[in-house]
Design a protein around this ligand. Structure first.
Ligand code: MD3
Ligand code: FE
Length: 206
């Protein structure tokens, strides 16, 4: 396995997963799911997204991949990151500053995410923390170098993954969901939360 990939299987018990889903639902009332699009081509993602926190990740044909403080459709600031989510970051990240972005990815049964690297953050020293809720996903991860082998593993409801070091630079994606593998959500599908530090923490003067 790639150095710096730490999976915590079933880290969240069922009750905590349910509480998280309720907190995310509240976020999505304030900041509804939007459909991102690829830069240049404008091809829509099959994953729908929203964010919580001072910054949110967005992408559209005109502006490309970026972080911004406002929802791309409503123009409102993103809601605060739920306390339960911040606590998971505090307990597992080992990073001395809070996350600035909580990306909320919604996968319907047929959604997928192609292999990519996460390069839009200035704070690349910070880990990325991922929380999976709902149906199990087949996750693929490989080294940063194109053409090198990848491996596949399952991310199930309640799993938390921490990506730092080489894994933070890895190529990764979601090949597909495994239908009917969870009863947590009302609808078939999956929620993935990714917590990120975006800006470098302020350096002391002098
Ligand atoms: C490895 N999300 O939002 S989570 C993404 O399941 C993303 O929605 C996937 O890739 C999902 O960018 C995968 C696991 C994950 C998250 C972030 C990473 C793996 C990562 C960042 C760097 C390296
Ligand atoms: Fe990613």
């Amino acid at each position: 396995m790639i150095d710096g990939f730490k999976l915590h299987p079933a880290y969240l018990d069922r009750q905590t997963q349910h509480s998280l889903v309720m907190e995310i639902r509240a976020c999505l009332i304030a900041a509804p799911l939007f459909t991102p699009a690829l830069p240049r081509s404008g091809k829509p993602f099959s994953v729908r997204m929203s964010n919580a926190g001072p910054l949110g990740w967005v992408s559209d044909q005109q502006g490309g991949y970026r972080y911004q403080a406002h929802h791309p459709v409503t123009g409102s600031p993103w809601p605060a990151i739920p306390d339960l989510v911040l606590k998971i970051w505090d307990d597992l990240s080992g990073y001395p500053a809070p996350p600035e972005a909580c990306l909320i990815n919604w996968y319907g049964p047929d959604a997928r995410m192609g292999l990519h690297q996460d390069k839009d953050e200035a704070a690349r020293d910070a880990p990325v923390l991922s929380i999976s809720l709902g149906d199990t996903a087949l996750f693929r991860i490989g080294a940063a170098v194109k053409g090198t082998p990848t491996r596949s593993l399952r991310l199930s409801s309640g799993d938390v993954a921490l990506l730092s070091g080489d894994a933070r630079e890895s190529r990764h994606g979601i090949d597909r969901l495994m239908p009917g593998t969870s009863t947590l959500l009302d609808a078939p599908g999956r929620i993935n939360l990714t917590l990120r530090r975006v800006t470098l923490p302020a350096t002391p003067p002098g």
